[in-house]
Structures are given as structure tokens and as C-alpha cells.
Design a protein around this ligand. Structure first.
Ligand code: PA5
Length: 449
């Protein structure tokens, strides 16, 4: 148990020796130095490192003010974005407000339902969301650093039209919040012309590291979450990551442990949780790690499971399939709610022995039992202990993962802050869509389909 988010690799001691930790220590410390001094690959994208202690206070106040307005004047809030412009806010909202937030009554929520779109090109999804909004009052936050990403741009067109139809152009403009580049891009140009309230994706913060900028903060604040506490938590973990000795440094130890395991053939890391509120943390983390490390034919492949749910689908493989797995378990130390189990007259399911025990006790027994079984099955288990489902813990968790990711990327010898591979599908999609300038590629691709 701990007072803050903590990384723990004692359960993997059979796989990681003290000598190995001592051996990789120098690389981890050097990687941290490179990050802090900004002397490594991708050093133009290190704005996230100091963000929790050096964010734009004027913009932060405007985010809170905009969120209050939206909470007053909107029954529904639509955040439009993809990848780094979507996953952090989605992860935070479910972590902090729960899986059923949108199904709660407005009195309980005291704010709008919050939905995300522009994260696929599914017409079914978008039409269903339009129908769900119906005639209700709504606002939108279009989030795109480039302003031209196809998925959010399509969704934005559709929802902008709906807003204009409902409120007229002038009023609609007061319900559109644009989070984009400070100076350039299609969305920036439109926002200036139409007078949308604007928030900035800083030049030196890449999408997958942007959850603590306006990208994440506005959709998070709209739910009533305390974004001051979120930043406070992140600042606390930054202090540890930047200043603590290796042996006390959760971010460095985590980066070291997973790289030691990678070198022993553990090429896939499964991030597991025993709490449904953490499902989207897994989705956010997959982008963070995958886009940062997966290049130059290197990198740990990031996967995620929800447990115990997936023990009934993926459990067999994890226990007994190819032995190239490591697991990192996110453990919520104190649940938001607990339920005490009762005795039943006829004990047909044989659960009466649990009378007086809590469900969380059962969940922890499942977690610890699985951890030992997987360890016995040659799957090393790392653990991240998270005190509570609150803003402080979440801020710490986001920062822990981000800093670990930067350090790990440098240990691997890649540029953790670019994403050249993401462009390949876009080129083909534009060619197939018939985008001007892609005519030659279009003909080539059509021959192959
Ligand atoms: O991490 C990244 O850079 C990407 O996931 C982007 O965030 C994503 O492609 C969205 O880009 P944009 O914000 O320019 O629309």
C-alpha cells in the first residue's frame, strides 16, 4: 500500500536479478539526463516534461470557464478527435467518472453527457450519435493539431452543420471550441474566421503526450473533474521522475524492468487491470507505447486486457501460449465503492464461505492468484499500485507512463517522439479517395485490389 502511485517489480524477481538492474541503471539515468537536457532524438517534442509545473495559467483558467459554460448550457458535449487528440480524455473520464457516467440522471451528473467521435470513419456510429443528440442543446470541441486529419474533419463537418441548423451560424460559433495549433492549419484559420473559442496544442507536445494540455483538459473539465488536482498529481510524479535516485524512481525502474525483460525475449507487454474504469487507460497507453517505441524494427508490442473478464478469453494464451509475454498489472488499492457479500439460505453456488467478505477482497484474491499463476507460467508480472480512482492518482499515473515511455525509447535507441509509420495508411487512403495530387498512386493501388 502506498500514498502515491508506485511501480513494484518484486513479483518479477525470478526474472530480473539485482545485477541486471544494476547493469541497466546507467542507461536509464543517461536516458533521463537526455530527456531533461533535451539533447536526444525528437528533442523538439519535450514540452510535456515540464508541463505539470509550467503550463499556461491563463489558458487553464479559460478552460475551466469554458467547461463551466458548457456544463450550464449543454445537455450533450461532443469531443471530436482521434489518437492523441482523443484517447487521454476518454481514459480520464472513465477513470474518474465511471463507465455509466452518461447513463446517470442529469441531477447526479450536474453536467452534460460526454461523447467522443471523429475517432473512426463509421457512418453508423456518427448517425447513431446524431440521433442520440437529437434536439437537445449541445456543444462541440474539435481537437486536431493539424486540422486536416480525415476522421475528425469529417465528423466536425457533420456536427458543425447540425449546430448551424439548430442555432444559426452566429450562435453555433459560440458552441464550438477549437483545440488546435497556435498559429497554423485549416482549423486555426476557420476558428479565427468564425470566432470560435480557441485552445492550443503546444508545438512541442506530440498528440500522445498531450492529455495534460487543452487537448485533454477541456473534455475532462466538462465532466466536473478537478483538473487542478490532476495537474498536482502529475507534478508530484514529475518530481519523482526528474529528481529521485534510480532505486526510488518509479519511472526509471519501470523502464529498466521492461527493457531487461525485452532483452530476454519478452517482446509483448500486456497492461492489465481488474477495474473496468481502467479500460481506456489501456487504450491510451497502447498508443503512447506503440507509437513511441514501434519503429526501426524495434519496440515492445503493447497489448491490454481487462481482468478478470479476459481471463475467460485470453487467459489460456497468457498462461500457456507462446512465452514472449510480460504483464504489467494496474492495481487500484482502494475501490470507489465496495459490496459486502451476504449469506444465502440455500448455498447452491457454494459462496456462503465468503459471507462478510467484500467484493474487493475477492477481486484482489483473483488478481494475486492470477499473478502467481502467470509468473509460474513464465510470464513475469510487474505491478503499478494506484491508491484511488481520483484526480491525484490519475495525474501521477499519466506522468509515470509518459516519463517511462521517453526513457524506455531512449534506452531502446529510437526517437520516441515521432510517428513516421502513421503516414503510410493515410497516403493509400487519400489515393483511393481520389484526393487531388494522388492520381498515380490511385491507379497503382487499384491494380492491387
Ligand atoms: O500522436 C499523434 O501524433 C497522433 O495520434 C495524433 O494525435 C492523431 O493522428 C491526431 O492528429 P491531429 O491532432 O493532427 O488531428
Amino acid at each position: 500500500m502506498g500514498d502515491r502511485v508506485r511501480f513494484d517489480y518484486t513479483t518479477a524477481s525470478a526474472f530480473i536479478s539485482a545485477d541486471e538492474m544494476a547493469g541497466i541503471k546507467g542507461q536509464a539515468l543517461a536516458a533521463r539526463q537526455t530527456l531533461i537536457e533535451g539533447t536526444g532524438l525528437g528533442h523538439d517534442f519535450l514540452g510535456w516534461v515540464n508541463l505539470p509545473v509550467a503550463y499556461d495559467k491563463e489558458e487553464f483558467a479559460r478552460i475551466k470557464k469554458a467547461a463551466e459554460k458548457i456544463r450550464r448550457d449543454s445537455e450533450v458535449f461532443i469531443a471530436i478527435g482521434i489518437g492523441g487528440s482523443y484517447l487521454g480524455a476518454q481514459a480520464a473520464n472513465v477513470f474518474l467518472k465511471g463507465v455509466f457516467y452518461n447513463n446517470q440522471s442529469a441531477d447526479v451528473r450536474k453536467g452534460p453527457e460526454v461523447y467522443f467521435c471523429g475517432n473512426s470513419i463509421s457512418s453508423t456510429y456518427l448517425q447513431e450519435l446524431l440521433d442520440l443528440v437529437g434536439d437537445r442543446d449541445f456543444s462541440i470541441n474539435v481537437i486536431s493539431k493539424s486540422g486536416t486529419t480525415t476522421e475528425p474533419a469529417i465528423a466536425f463537418r457533420v456536427f458543425k452543420e447540425k449546430l448551424i441548423q439548430k442555432y444559426g451560424r452566429e450562435e453555433a460559433a459560440k458552441r464550438i471550441y477549437a483545440t488546435t495549433d497556435r498559429a497554423r492549419g485549416a482549423l486555426k484559420t476557420l476558428a479565427d474566421a468564425e470566432g470560435y473559442e480557441e485552445f492550443v496544442v503546444p508545438d512541442d507536445v506530440g498528440g500522445r503526450f498531450s492529455v495534460l494540455t487543452a487537448v485533454g483538459l477541456l473534455p475532462i473539465a466538462v465532466t466536473g473533474a478537478d483538473i487542478d488536482k490532476l495537474m498536482e498529481g502529475a507534478a508530484q510524479m514529475r518530481e519523482v521522475a526528474v529528481n529521485a535516485d534510480f532505486e526510488e524512481n518509479d519511472a526509471l525502474l519501470y523502464a529498466a524492468a521492461r527493457n531487461i525483460l525485452l532483452r530476454k525475449g519478452k517482446e509483448v507487454e500486456i497492461l492489465g487491470n481488474y477495474e473496468p474504469r481502467l479500460h481506456y487507460i489501456g487504450e491510451w497507453w497502447k498508443q503512447l507505447q506503440g507509437e513511441s517505441e514501434g519503429k526501426d524494427k524495434k519496440g515492445i508490442f503493447p497489448a491490454a486486457v481487462d481482468l478478470t473478464t479476459d481471463l475467460h478469453s485470453m487467459g489460456q494464451y497468457i498462461q500457456d501460449g507462446r512465452r514472449f509475454l510480460m504483464e504489467t498489472i494496474m492495481n487500484i488499492e482502494t475501490p470507489k465503492q465496495d459490496i459486502v457479500m451476504k449469506k444465502e439460505e440455500s448455498d447452491l453456488d457454494g459462496l456462503n464461505y465468503l459471507e462478510g467478505r467484500t467484493m474487493d477482497f475477492a477481486n484482489k484474491c483473483a488478481m494475486n492468484g492470477t499473478l502467481l499463476a502467470h509468473t509460474d507460467g513464465d510470464v513475469p508480472n510487474l505491478r503499478i499500485n494506484i491508491p484511488a480512482l481520483d484526480e491525484i492518482s490519475l495525474g501521477q499515473l499519466f506522468y509515470l507512463f509518459e516519463f517511462e515511455c521517453g526513457v524506455s525509447g531512449y534506452i531502446l535507441g529510437v526517437n520516441p517522439f515521432n510517428q513516421p509509420g502513421v503516414e503510410s495508411y493515410k497516403k493509400n487512403m487519400f489515393a483511393l479517395l481520389g484526393k487531388p495530387g494522388y492520381e498515380a498512386e490511385h491507379d497503382e493501388l487499384m491494380k492491387r485490389l
